[in-house]
Design a protein around this ligand. Structure first.
Ligand code: NAP
Length: 283
């Protein structure tokens, strides 16, 4: 597996540390990003640059995508110098972006028609887990392809679970991110309620972090609230996208509808801030 040539498309907050971990594990990595400047650090560390997705897939056997949304995935595949404009025979494309199950089914079909394999492999965890290589990876596609890619998943995450055919990973991810949205909104509402009752936020968080509701998310987002630091680890615009995708898949429950409406209303102002910045809309 050491000789595998890796291609990485999408050097955002998640893509940079994930591609960096594959490099640290000794794999040769070529990168492409729409905005080339974001590749600087990885290029200094030894990554190779490709001018387009088409050029990248020529150099690589396994190509990862970590881009924003369905539109970005479409562009990476189908633009003039997109993946599909080159010979894909024998290649494996692993799409780790959080996107719709539908686009994964479409891209899997296109890959198959062109002699390539496709996995959807979105992740649970944020920038910290991406840096640590401790993401939770949920995989849709062929089980044999998943086994082939597993050594690479083992570098990126602490577990990779195969769930079913193309789109199954995306479906699981939308379910999990719906809970993420409900939880973030619930935490924000709880802090605001306690604060309005005269409780110090630091005290409330200390109680939460030591009680039955303690978890990594509460710790990290609680610290962000305390420090008034809403720099995005997970941008609010992404949760609006994910709740929209989940809605398209049939999620219409009362809590989900409220969360979608609340985050969507905040999106104009807070799109680039962390999702826990929703607390600023609740004061
Ligand atoms: P990000 O920092 O906003 O980066 C987005 C990446 O997508 C950038 O490389 C961007 O390129 C690229 N992109 C956007 N539109 C494109 C297009 N039309 N064509 C080509 N490339 C395009 O996002 P992120 O936080 O890394 O998240 C990436 C994915 O992982 C998203 O689907 C997100 O929902 C998911 N995710 C994020 C987290 C998190 O905590 N951040 C956790 C789990 C999953 P440019 O640099 O050129 O704009």
């Amino acid at each position: 597996m050491e000789q595998i040539q890796i291609g990485w498309i999408g050097l955002g907050k998640m893509g940079i540390p994930m591609a960096g971990n594959l490099m640290k594990a000794g794999y040769p990595v070529s990168v492409y990003n729409r905005n080339q400047a974001k590749a600087d650090t990885l290029l200094q560390e030894g990554a190779m640059w490709a001018n387009s997705p088409a050029e990248l897939i020529q150099k690589a056997t396994v190509v990862f995508l970590m881009v924003s949304d369905d539109a970005a995935v479409k562009e990476v595949f189908s633009a003039q110098n997109g993946l599909l404009s080159n010979d894909l025979t024998g290649k494996v494309v692993v799409n780790m972006s959080t996107v719709s199950p539908q686009i994964s089914r479409e891209m899997a079909e296109l890959c198959q028609q062109n002699g390539a394999s496709y996995l959807d492999a979105p992740v649970s965890g944020s920038v910290k887990q991406a840096q640590e290589g401790s993401l939770v990876i949920m995989v849709g596609g062929r089980e044999e392809t998943t086994a082939q890619v597993r050594p690479l998943f083992d570098v990126l995450g602490k577990m990779a679970l195969w769930l079913g055919p193309a789109g199954a990973g995306n479906a699981a991810k939308l379910a999990i991110n719906s809970l993420l949205a409900l939880y973030a909104l619930g935490l924000a509402e709880t802090v605001v309620f306690a604060r309005n009752q005269g409780i110090q936020v630091a005290d409330l968080l200390q109680l939460l972090n030591n009680g039955a509701l303690s978890n990594v998310f509460t710790k990290i987002k609680g610290d962000a609230i305390l420090q008034d630091n809403y720099e995005a680890a997970f941008a609010l615009k992404h949760i609006v996208k994910d709740l929209g995708l989940a809605k398209n898949e049939g999620l219409q429950s009362p809590l989900a509808q409220t969360a979608f409406a609340t985050f969507e209303a905040a999106n104009n102002q807070l799109a680039e801030e962390d999702l826990i910045a929703i607390i600023k809309k609740l004061d």
